[in-house]
Design a protein around this ligand. Structure first.
Ligand code: GDP
Ligand code: MN
Length: 380
């Protein structure tokens, strides 16, 4: 789950990372009021979950409250990389001498957190990484020991940070590391971390990505989820505890088990079709979950056939069959449904289906072949 800048800043602040004064707004007049409170000069910052807002015109420096209102209204009307701007952050403007890049990421190759730092932070960090990779410092942290002071000093040294800032920098790096660790993040990034004209250090931008699989441990963070930017089908799926990912094909898939779902998509593809989604209904999915899953698949107008692949272990085939039948009654499904149903109570399950229009297949390959044929307009 990606967090907005204003949300990440809130977390950083809790962990002792200094941030500019500011507040979030969703109408231009509010921006004017905040600017007045902050003394006039402010930055208006679009809150969208993409990088490079500065270069896209989504960050503007206003010299007074009236200009703040004008920029706020401009930015609130913008779309950045396809995303509409619904909120802006109004922060006090800060004058700075230097922009530093500082982040903690997951180093998947070494199974540990890694510090990434550069003295040349700012909006061109991607170019710096490409053209002069030696300017980017990487430093692995032992997850059991955590960040040690000597390591923080090493980082300060390797980005040539003047000694007077070390104490501050080490405190900020510890704060960032704790923010990353305590929230189960996969990324906690400050770009830029600035050295101000009056010799302070401050995070002007903030970005965090929380590991979705750890969200259950952070009920307070779940509220940060921005439902506006998520596909409605994915929001609905989460409500029912279904793992759903929308894809571009025409064969809707409903499968129990992630591995089996992936195998199903592979077999569809090998037989000349393309899956419309990944959907794992999990083990022990009852009739209600199955109905929800069908509704979600059907909400995609591209879907021409639904392929249901159930290996009944904990999930009993007769339960699945009942769910299918009741859901078909409710939703008036007009497209063909092909079911491969094997495992616990398969006989019972198939018998329940045999009076309906559902097609049953005795192997996954034949179910896939039938689905592909029907999706491409062929007849049985
Ligand atoms: P990003 O482009 O999405 O990474 O957005 P940032 O928040 O990093 O802003 C982009 C750039 O705008 C920064 O690198 C700064 O150079 C500049 N910027 C942001 N806030 C301020 C500010 O308060 N004062 C000044 N002078 N520049 C700012
Ligand atoms: Mn930035």
């Amino acid at each position: 789950m990606k967090l907005h800048e204003y949300q990440s800043k809130k977390i950083f602040e809790q962990f002792g990372v200094p941030i500019p004064k500011g507040r979030v707004a969703n109408i231009a007049s509010e921006a004017k009021q905040i600017a007045e409170e902050l003394g006039g000069r402010v930055v208006i910052k679009s809150q969208v979950l993409v990088g490079g807002r500065g270069k896209a015109g989504g960050i503007k420096l206003a010299k007074d409250p009236n200009e703040a209102m004008k920029f706020a209204s401009d930015i609130l009307g913008m779309e950045i990389k396809g995303l509409p701007v619904r909120k802006i952050l109004v922060d006090e403007a800060v004058n700075f001498e230097q922009e530093i890049y500082l982040a903690i990421i997951n180093n998947r190759s070494n199974n540990c957190p890694m510090i990434v730092a550069s003295a040349s932070g700012g909006v061109d960090i991607e170019e710096v990484a490409q053209l002069s990779p030696e300017k980017i410092i990487k430093y692995n942290i032992d997850p059991l020991l955590g960040l040690q002071d000597f390591q923080a000093r090493d980082v300060a040294l390797s980005i040539d940070l003047p000694r007077v800032y070390w104490k501050n920098f080490i405190k900020i790096l510890h704060g960032l590391y704790h923010a990353f660790w305590e929230t189960d993040s996969t990324l906690a990034e400050i770009n830029p971390l600035v050295i101000t004209k009056d010799e302070r250090m401050m995070a002007l931008d903030a970005k965090m990505i929380i590991d979705d699989n750890a969200l259950f441990r952070h009920p307070d963070l779940i509220e940060f989820r921005d439902l506006d930017i998520e596909a409605p089908a994915e929001v609905e799926a989460r409500k029912y505890g279904l793992s759903f990912i929308k894809l571009d094909g025409e064969i809707g898939c409903m499968v129990n088990g992630a591995g089996l779902a992936m195998a199903t998509m592979d077999i569809i593809q090998q037989n000349g079709g393309s899956p419309a989604n990944f959907l794992d209904i999990g083990g022990g999915a009852g009739a209600e979950k199955v109905s929800a899953a069908l509704r979600i698949i059907l909400s995609d107008p591209k879907v021409k056939v639904i392929l249901i692949n159930i290996f009944g272990g904990i999930t009993r085939c007769d339960e699945v069959a009942k769910g299918l039948l009741s859901s078909i009654k409710q939703t008036k499904i007009k497209i063909p449904i092909v079911v491969r149903l094997v495992g616990t109570n398969e006989e019972l399950g198939r018998r329940l289906l045999c009076d309906s229009e559902i097609l049953t297949a005795d192997s996954l390959v034949s179910a896939a072949k039938t689905s592909v044929l029907l999706a491409t307009g062929g007849e049985l």
